[in-house]
Design a protein around this ligand. Structure first.
Ligand SMILES: [Zn+2]
Length: 439
């Protein structure tokens, strides 16, 4: 189907060029010069003072010292009293979740009671929230029962219908029978599921093909599902896909030159995720030294999402409360071990699991609180995430040739990483989206 259409388009283009004849080439897009008092460029170890960022169209043309002459006619954005950074990247979000209040029915109500239009409206608001807070790119790792809605929200953003960040969508996600909500209903009922359910390598491959066909940029799989504390007080998580099932998905996805994100807490499911060749471990609450060494060897990305495991703990004397405390306790240990082993860590929040009304930048304080250097934490949300997304040099960096994704804060995020919760200026693809600070 592609080829005939492509030829048709080409033929049309040819016709228009011929009709225009010798007309002059289009004028270059206007130039904007941003004065950055302090620049954290996303890749350098140290900030630089008094820089000039030249933006033409949607790209950065060059970065120079403040002494560089600004051409006449260029628009100047003065951020000389601010700290300027690349647009931030959240590598684990759910725009189709709304931080559902358990008292109001929680996750299940979102699927059973909210229609697709309501969910799309909320996802639209979530996308806008992200951009307002300086997150110019999201890897959105499944729609939780909203089908291919992420692909369409992304389309609406790209065509300019709604404001929002650059989205890498995972569409429906994949798990197994007994491996995803909705559950706990009468067994006679066929309940809808928040992920695509497969059993066996053939179904697993088919699900990956369907999702890739319909526009998935990433494939998301669940390698563990329920978690609880055993009699010895250890965290246990239920494994879902087998290594064979995961290998079928990874093989198919890599063939399309796309990657697989694996939700995995610990134990058997974590081991299968690594043996099956997943590209990123999501959450990774508890990893053995051998598993961390395997990740380092295989170059697996680690997206820890610390923040969601610190809120909303059930009462301490209940099974759920014990589980909640055990999860946070092992997570801290694993994160510190991952830092020490220099694993490739990317910034992820699980927003959507966390209400979108909360600051998306809250994960920075968690990471830094557990020993990550602030610059490292910033790079996990800029250049390092860009590398995982195969966008190295294009996003997550302020340098010539990159998309003009530029944000600014008033204070110094290297002294107080909480500054990133107060983003005052946002430029997305060369257009100013928010400005509370520049003259
Ligand atoms: Zn998630």
């Amino acid at each position: 189907m592609r080829h005939p259409f492509a030829c048709f388009t080409l033929a049309l283009t040819g016709c228009c060029v011929a009709a225009r004849g010798q007309s002059a080439p289009p004028a270059p897009a206007p130039l904007t010069a941003i004065r950055a008092g302090t620049l954290i460029d996303g890749t350098s170890d140290a900030p630089r003072k008094n820089q000039l960022i030249f933006v033409r169209g949607e790209r950065i043309e060059k970065v120079a010292d403040a002494a560089e002459k600004i051409p006449a006619g260029a628009k100047v954005i003065d951020l000389s009293s601010a700290t300027v950074l690349p647009g931030l990247i959240d590598s684990h979000t759910h725009i189709f979740l709304w931080g559902e209040d358990p008292a109001k029915g929680g996750y299940d109500a979102n699927i059973l009671k909210a229609g697709i239009a309501l969910r799309a409206a909320r996802a639209t608001a979530a996308a806008r929230r992200a951009l307002e807070q300086g997150f110019t790119t999201l890897r959105d790792v499944e729609t939780e029962g909203a089908g291919y809605g992420d692909v369409e929200i992304k389309q609406a953003i790209e065509e300019g219908t709604i404001p929002g960040p650059r989205i890498f969508g995972a569409t429906r996600a994949i798990s197994t029978t007994g491996g995803y909500n909705l559950e706990g209903y009468a067994p006679e009922l066929e309940m809808p599921k928040g992920a695509q359910i497969v059993d066996g390598p053939v179904e697993a491959r088919k699900a990956a093909r369907q999702q890739l066909e319909h526009g998935a940029d990433w494939i998301k799989v669940y390698m563990t599902h329920r978690s609880w504390v055993d009699k010895q007080g250890n965290l246990v998580s239920q494994p879902t896909l087998t290594v064979e099932e995961l290998k079928a998905i990874v093989d198919e996805t890599h063939g399309w030159q796309k990657k697989v994100a694996c939700h995995a807490y610990n134990g058997i499911g974590m081991q299968r995720a690594l043996d099956g060749g997943c590209d990123s471990i999501e959450h990774g609450l508890e990893m053995t030294d051998a598993q961390i060494a395997q990740m380092a060897r295989q170059g697996t990305w680690y997206c820890p999402t610390l923040a969601p495991y610190y809120g909303d703990w059930a009462p301490a004397d209940t099974p759920a409360g014990k589980r909640d405390r055990a999860r946070a306790a092992v997570h801290e240990i694993t994160f510190k071990k991952a830092l020490k082993a220099h694993l490739k860590i990317v910034y992820g929040t699980d927003m959507g699991g966390i209400p979108w009304s909360e600051p998306i930048a809250q994960e920075f304080a968690r990471m830094v609180g557990l020993g990550m250097a602030p610059m490292d934490a910033i790079q996990s949300a800029t250049s390092r995430a860009a590398e995982m997304l195969d966008m190295k040099g294009e996003i997550g960096v302020i340098a010539a040739g990159a998309y003009a994704e530029v944000i600014a804060v008033s204070g110094d995020p290297l002294k107080d990483v909480g500054e990133l919760e107060r983003v005052r200026f946002v430029m997305h693809d060369g257009s100013v989206f928010k400005n509370e600070i520049a003259k």
